[in-house]
Design a binder for this molecule. Structure first.
Ligand code: FAD
Length: 456
């Protein structure tokens, strides 16, 4: 172990979503911050080099943005999505609202824009924050804070810091250094499904081709298409599908036939030539889920995808990463910025919750592509929403807890298990009562006359 106490110089590895927000938090507290980002400054590059063009922002992410004063601005630049719009193969649609109250909506945000806004806010603290682009971390001493980077021209530079924060994403170099330590646990899982993104342009009049305030879903049991709106009236449409199925679609005719059969309405708005061109020129990306333990070693800690990459089906990856920043800084406040106390407290607080949301994200893929096609899903949703209306403090549906509250993720899972248990018991009570009522109505009941006759 190593004694750090109150740090002065903080190194943040990765200037992506979590790293940039983290830099804002530290700068606002008056720390000296160096952000080392492997890529170029996205504010001056043509097109963002990165995954997924837009993201769903929800309550936890908003709470973290609020803490650095960015919530209102970011929300004003996003598009509220109040419900899922489910598209059937016969081109009919129906809505499944995300919540029952007016403030229960998620927001479609431009990933690049959000990253730019946070980098610019961090950079406003000129005396405190330095952004180093084209700095790829290749080595870190977890105990001394010594780091080695490769820069754009291939040369190496060495730096050091009192606290090193690995915000360097799912393939984190900081986490790789941690993995060499004994007692560090790690597991990863690639799902068998990959994804490609297809741009859906505005219609001929420059308007949205579909209603914008929805997350559009085409659930097809073993695969699905989703679409999130962008401010320029386009949609980003993402196809999630098993890799082996992608491999079957290699010609223009195959791609078009597949879309005509499974997503006929989507094909009309994406456009045949646009679809074929994007589909055949893109390789599907993989999706990885990562669990590890602990989140800190020596004077080093990992946050965001570096600590808990998850499949994107609960729309919580970035939100959970932003929550990490918020919780870390709450612990800094409550523990007098003493890193020797903050790091273990951070691991203890976040670990069960991050593991819980990783599992929930995996489950939600089945819900999105398959369960929304089943009647039992809608029945459960009806029961949940009715009970939520009647007892809003006691019975909160799982999705609502995860997306619109700060209830720790692990507690959301426990609450849901309790709700399942209650409903299982209630099923027997409801079943027996239904049979009793049925019998009562089925067999002839004595009337007043019968009594009178009997009496006579
Ligand atoms: P990243 O965004 O990966 O950033 C890491 C940064 O570190 C990068 O800039 C990278 O260049 C840099 N870096 C990497 N290695 C090094 C190194 N060695 N040295 C220096 N720098 C380095 N989340 C949501 O909340 N809502 C959604 O709707 C949502 N949708 C998604 C859809 C898809 C298809 C995918 C794939 C993910 C989605 N996510 C969503 C998850 C979200 O994208 C991630 O959780 C989020 O980007 C994590 O941010 P991060 O900063 O931890 O990692």
């Amino acid at each position: 172990s190593v004694h750090v106490g109150q740090p002065k110089r903080i190194a943040i590895i990765g200037g992506g979503l979590v790293g940039a927000l983290n830099a804002c938090f530290f700068a606002q507290k008056g720390f000296l911050v160096d952000v080392y980002e492997y890529r170029a400054d996205i504010r001056s590059t043509e097109k963002a080099v990165g995954r997924s063009i837009n993201l769903a922002l929800s309550f936890r992410g908003r709470a973290a943005l609020k803490a650095v004063g960015l919530e209102d601005y970011v929300v004003s630049e996003g598009i509220p999505m109040r419900a899922r719009m489910i598209h059937d193969t016969n081109e009919s649609t129906h809505e499944v609202p995300y919540g029952i109250f007016p403030d229960q909506f998620i927001i479609s945000i431009d990933r690049r824009r959000l990253n730019e806004v946070m980098l610019s806010l961090a950079e406003k603290y000129k005396e405190l924050v330095t952004l180093h682009f084209h700095h790829k971390l290749i080595k870190v001493d977890l105990y001394s804070g010594a780091m080695k980077f490769v820069t754009e021209d291939g040369s190496t530079v060495e730096r050091s810091a009192d606290l090193v924060m690995g915000c360097d994403g799912a393939y984190s170099a900081v986490r790789q250094a941690m993995m060499k330590q004994s007692l560090f646990d790690y597991s990863q899982e690639f799902i068998e499904h990959g994804y490609i993104e297809l741009e859906t342009p505005p219609n001929g009049c420059g308007e949205y081709a579909m209603p914008p305030n929805f997350l559009h879903i085409w659930p097809r049991d073993t695969f699905m298409l989703i679409a999130l709106p962008n401010l320029d009236h386009s949609f980003t449409t993402t196809l999630f599908m098993p890799f082996r199925k992608f491999e079957e679609l290699t010609t223009e005719a195959q791609v078009l036939a597949f879309f005509r059969d499974t997503f006929p309405d989507a094909l009309k708005i994406i456009g045949e030539s646009n679809l074929v061109q994007s589909f055949l020129s893109t390789k599907p990306s993989s999706l990885i889920s990562i669990k590890c333990k602990p989140y800190h070693v020596g004077r080093t800690v990992i946050l965001g995808d570096a600590a808990h990459a998850m499949v994107p089906f609960y729309g919580q990856g970035m939100n959970a990463g932003f929550l990490d920043c918020l919780v870390f800084h709450e612990l800094m406040d409550s523990l007098d910025c003493d890193i020797d106390l903050v790091l273990p407290a951070f691991t203890e607080r976040m670990l069960p919750n991050s593991h819980a949301i990783i599992d929930l994200a995996m489950y939600n893929y089945i819900e999105m592509r398959h369960l929304v096609n089943t009647w039992s899903y809608y029945l459960r949703k009806k029961i949940d929403n009715t009970l939520y209306r009647l007892f809003p403090g006691t019975w909160v549906p799982l999705y609502t807890m995860v997306t619109f509250s700060m209830t720790p993720y692990a507690e959301c899972v426990e609450n849901r298990a309790w709700q399942d248990k209650v409903l299982r018991r209630a099923k027997w009570v409801i079943g027996i009562s239904t049979i009793a009522v049925g019998l009562y109505w089925f067999f002839p009941r004595p009337t007043v006359n019968d009594y009178i006759v009997g009496f006579k």
